[in-house]
Design a protein around this ligand. Structure first.
Ligand code: MLC
Ligand code: AMP
Length: 505
């Protein structure tokens, strides 16, 4: 039998095979495969009743909940394309995504709606906004009968916005077949089966939570205990309770779990699998975790454009500080950044990947798409690294200018452009400084026009315009920014100055 061409096809197959099997647990509710299937079909019919045409975009701007997953599947059943939206985004970030993707319909919740309402007038293509709860339940009552079809593998499934080097984020176009192929590879590599129960506390608007956590669960016919958000105490309690078999987290979550464990007497029994990704897990955290939890975390490496790229082995050596080998059916290589020629083991260059998981390109951005493909379909990840003689990849830096804080990607240019737009700021350079908990934290170096401008004022302005995780944690005023002979700001020197002044204080 041919493998499923989409996640929704795999899900429907599992729902037909084992309708009564538990799929999701959420705040005391138990959702069976059949229950979620019915809800997804209701969403699909509702989207059609509200006028959604094949290929039109549906934004999901709401917190973790079964409805988010049902609406995701329902959009695919209705032939729509999902645009997941970070729930921390503020007006300008929202305006850009909704406008760029031409979002036609949005499902949101009471907490996020006011932020969307602030920009709605400037979004003529956004015809319908529905809020979960009473408004949604009322509108689902009038849903008509509609034909529902499974999507084709080549159809566009998701436009996932990823931070952009030029400030504005770009929409990565993932096809149904990309999602299905990667989920199949992940399930095979990690031996994910219908018997598994994943503790899922990651946000569902990013690759890690949605395309690894949710897709893997639905593909394997497994179940997930879904949380609204990560909270170390509740996660520790759930681990002690012992019914989950897997936990996936970003390194910040593991750092917090370790802190939680130090304050507890009881230890959870080892799980089948702990996975870390989205940012580098420090070898210290890996080792401390092994001491306390008696388990070696499996670290893997992925990104929005390609979902999962490499993984440490399920059986075999999980090597701290490395991200393992390519997933089954996929390939990776390290190339020289200038000549683009493959490099021998041990040498550092840019990591490239190829395979059925690699996205189609950026929405409406053929220029940007062309830049990231290196001929013959190899995708330039923008990550620097090397590969060992026995095939393990190590990420050692980034060719792209990027800060990763708590697993969220932040492009400094976006924040610099905003800061430079504030009155009193003549120049801004944003860098990431090392941070024990978040890996890196955002710090802004500012050249100001007047001494009256202060740190609190700038941070407050950013609070209004930016998602909280992008807001600079500190602002440092400088007489001038270090520049090279061509006038380009030397970010590494800014960073060195800030690190040195931190060490002095
Ligand atoms: C929240 N805050 C952060 C932050 N997350 N600040 C810096 N970095 C972060 N990552 C800020 C909030 O804005 C707020 O500040 C304050 O912290 C408290 O908010 P909170 O909601 O209580 O957040 P917190 O519990 O601290 O969140 C930490 C976290 C979260 C680790 C649980 O960041 C998280 O869920 N990260 C996961 C991100 C993720 O899924 N990445 C995957 C990308 S996919 P204020 O001042 O505004 O109130 C990818 C590909 C791959 O990378 O390989 O997986
Ligand atoms: P995003 O664009 O949000 O999907 O983030 C992808 C980026 O996260 C990658 O390009 C890497 O820089 C980083 N990343 C993901 N997993 C890891 C990991 N295990 N170690 C180091 N960096 C990682």
């Amino acid at each position: 039998m041919a493998p499923p061409a989409s996640i929704v096809e795999a899900f429907v197959g599992n729902a037909e095979y084992a309708p009564e099997k538990a799929c999701l647990f959420f705040e005391g509710e138990r959702w069976t495969y059949e229950g979620l299937h019915v809800r997804a079909e209701t969403f699909a019919a509702a989207l059609k009743t509200w006028g959604l045409e094949t290929g039109e975009r549906v934004a999901l701007f709401l917190g973790n909940s079964p409805d988010l997953i049902a609406a995701y599947l329902g959009t695919h059943l209705a032939g729509g394309v999902v645009v997941p939206v970070n729930t921390q985004y503020r007006r300008e970030e929202l305006r850009h995504i909704f406008d760029d993707a031409g979002v036609r319909l949005c499902l949101t919740d009471a907490e996020r709606r006011p932020e969307l309402d602030r920009v709605r007038a400037g979004l003529p293509e956004l015809k319908t906004v529905v809020e979960t709860g009473e408004e949604l339940e009322d509108s689902l009552k009038d849903v008509g009968e509609h034909d529902i079809e499974l999507p084709e593998g080549e159809d566009l499934a998701v436009i996932a916005y990823t931070s952009g080097t030029t400030g504005r984020s770009k929409g990565a176009m993932l096809l149904h077949r990309n999602l299905a192929a990667n989920a199949e590879a992940v399930c095979e590599a990690w031996r994910w089966s219908a018997d598994d129960k994943l503790l899922l506390t990651l946000p569902l608007f990013h690759t890690h939570g949605l395309m690894v956590g949710v897709h893997g669960t639905l593909f394997a016919g497994a179940s997930a205990e879904l949380y609204r958000r990560f909270d170390p105490a509740s996660v520790y309690d759930a681990l002690l309770e012992g019914s989950v078999t897997m936990f996936f987290g970003v390194p910040t979550m593991y750092v917090r779990l370790l802190r939680e464990a130090r304050g507890r007497d009881r230890r959870p029994r080892p799980l089948r699998l702990y996975v870390s990704g989205s940012a580098a897990l420090s070898p210290q955290a890996f080792e401390e975790f092994e001491e306390i939890f008696e388990e070696r975390i499996l670290e893997r490496y992925g990104m929005t454009e390609t979902i999962m790229n490499t993984t440490n082995p399920y059986e075999g050596e999980r090597r701290p500080g490395t991200v393992g080998r390519p997933f089954p059916g996929q390939e990776a290589r390290v190339v020289d950044v200038r000549s683009r020629k493959p490099l021998p083991a041990g040498e550092v260059g840019e990591i490239e990947v190829i395979g059925p998981h690699v996205f189609k390109g950026y929405w409406n951005r053929p220029d940007a798409t062309q830049e990231v493909f290196d001929g013959d379909g190899w995708f330039r990840t923008g990550d620097l690294g090397s590969v060992s003689e026995d095939g393990y990849y190590t990420i050692s830096g980034r060719a792209k200018e990027l800060i990763i804080s708590g697993g969220y990607n932040i492009y400094p240019r976006e924040i610099e452009e905003l800061l430079e737009g504030y009155s009193g700021v003549s120049e801004a350079a944003v860098v990431g400084l090392p941070d024990e908990e978040y890996g890196e934290r955002v710090v802004a170096a500012i050249v100001r026009e007047s001494q009256d401008l202060n740190e609190a004022e700038l941070i407050n302005l950013c609070r209004q315009d930016l998602a909280g995780f992008k807001r600079p944690r500190e602002v440092v005023f400088m007489e001038e920014l270090p520049r090279n002979a061509l006038g380009k700001v030397q970010k590494h020197l800014v960073r060195d100055q800030l690190v040195n002044s931190e060490e002095e204080t």
